[in-house]
Design a protein around this ligand. Structure first.
Ligand SMILES: NC(=O)c1ccc[n+]([C@@H]2O[C@H](COP(=O)([O-])OP(=O)(O)OC[C@H]3O[C@@H](n4cnc5c(N)ncnc54)[C@H](OP(=O)(O)O)[C@@H]3O)[C@@H](O)[C@H]2O)c1
Length: 330
């Protein structure tokens, strides 16, 4: 990849990340238009459902400078007419000469954009580069259910709470602030009734100036009643008796990227059912020696029961470390 395409892809990836959490059921795509001299002429990202796609936004920003230029997009330009026209056609119409895209579109109705562009004489190149903001949407589209990220905070020796159940302040301020910015990028947060009854969580995305404008849906799994005076009752939530009921309803509501925030019983059930696609582990440089684990596996295990993940990113947040992982077989 030449340096101008690499830096355009970095810009497009950044644009993808900025709109994450606002586009479902559509993917958070970023697009950059380079003019014929290779200079950035326009940057765009997917608008909320019903709005313009990333390529259309970037083309509008570039205007006439798009003619003879290059488009660098995080996802293959779509080829179908949904609520907006096909992006492949918009690129052809604008006189784009070359298109570089990071990922092929797995959605059957939208795929074929690259072929359409080639047939119209536009040079196309698949880059096969990871775009973190798009990953959940890509997996969800293939799995035909929301992509699930299990998030937990724990000590270095693997405990999420002390033996008496106390769990506050395991991680520091920066890690806790990061959790909130991340929540604002998700379509929903899921917890079990055990967590609701023990912690009375709000499940909101909050910053120094109050609630972020983008809030995930608040979802509870389990049959027990959420108490009348609880924070969730005040804020609004949805409840499902089973995990599959929850995932089906969330998929139908357009959710593609959901965060599972526990607790141990629900997290274990979803892991066992093969429903945990990614993990976000916030690890504090602290030891408890004994406590409650992030999971509550009943019975014995043998090493062949191990669930392996691949590390995709490691980030230091103050004193704590955030490790992002995806399922090995994904
Ligand atoms: N440090 C962390 O990262 C973290 C995160 C979250 C929670 N926690 C802690 O975890 C503790 C609560 O633990 P917990 O295990 O009781 O909480 P939980 O997993 O949130 O809730 C358990 C409940 O979820 C429902 N459930 C679980 N699996 C299910 C399945 N397969 N199908 C349908 N419903 C299912 C059941 O509800 P019903 O019985 O109502 O049917 C079950 O009793 C609290 O002390 C909390 O502070 C820690």
């Amino acid at each position: 990849m030449t340096p101008d395409i690499r830096s355009a892809l970095a810009l497009a990836t950044d644009a993808s990340d900025k709109v994450r959490g606002t586009t479902s059921p559509n993917p958070p795509v970023g697009a950059v238009i380079l003019d014929a001299r290779g200079e950035v002429a326009g940057v765009g990202a997917t608008q909320p459902p019903g709005g313009a796609h990333a390529e259309v936004m970037a083309l509008a920003a570039a205007g006439e400078r798009a003619r003879g230029g290059t488009a660098v997009v995080t996802l293959e330009p779509c080829n179908h007419t949904g609520r907006t026209g096909p992006c492949s056609q918009a690129l052809i119409h604008a006189g784009i000469a070359r298109v570089f895209y990071a990922n092929p579109d797995p959605f059957p109705q939208a795929a074929g954009g690259a072929d359409h562009l080639q047939q119209a004489g536009v040079e196309t190149h698949l880059l096969n580069e990871p775009v973190p903001a798009l990953m959940p949407w890509l997996r969800a589209t293939i799995l035909e259910r929301p992509h699930v990220t299990l998030k937990f905070a724990g000590t270095l020796d693997g405990f999420a709470a002390a033996t008496d159940g106390t769990s506050q302040w395991i991680t520091g301020e920066q890690a806790r602030a990061f959790v909130h910015t991340d929540r604002a990028k998700r379509d929903a947060i899921i917890v079990g009734t055990g967590t609701v009854l023990a912690d009375d969580p709000s499940l909101t995305a909050r910053g120094p100036n109050g609630l972020y404008s983008q809030q995930p849906r608040r979802v509870v799994v389990g049959g027990r009643r959420v108490p009348d005076g609880s924070n969730l009752n005040r804020l609004g939530f949805e409840q499902y008796a089973g995990i599959n009921d929850a995932l089906i309803a969330l998929w139908q509501a357009g959710c593609r990227d959901v965060l599972l925030e526990g607790g141990p019983t629900l997290a274990t059930a979803m892991l066992r059912d093969g429903l945990v696609d990614a993990i976000q582990a916030y690890i504090a440089p602290a030891l408890l020696g004994a406590g409650r684990s992030v999971l509550s596996w009943d019975g014995d295990t043998t090493i062949s029961d191990i669930k392996r993940f691949s590390t995709t990113a490691v980030r230091q947040l103050g004193d704590d470390v955030l490790i992002d992982m995806i399922r090995k077989d994904h």
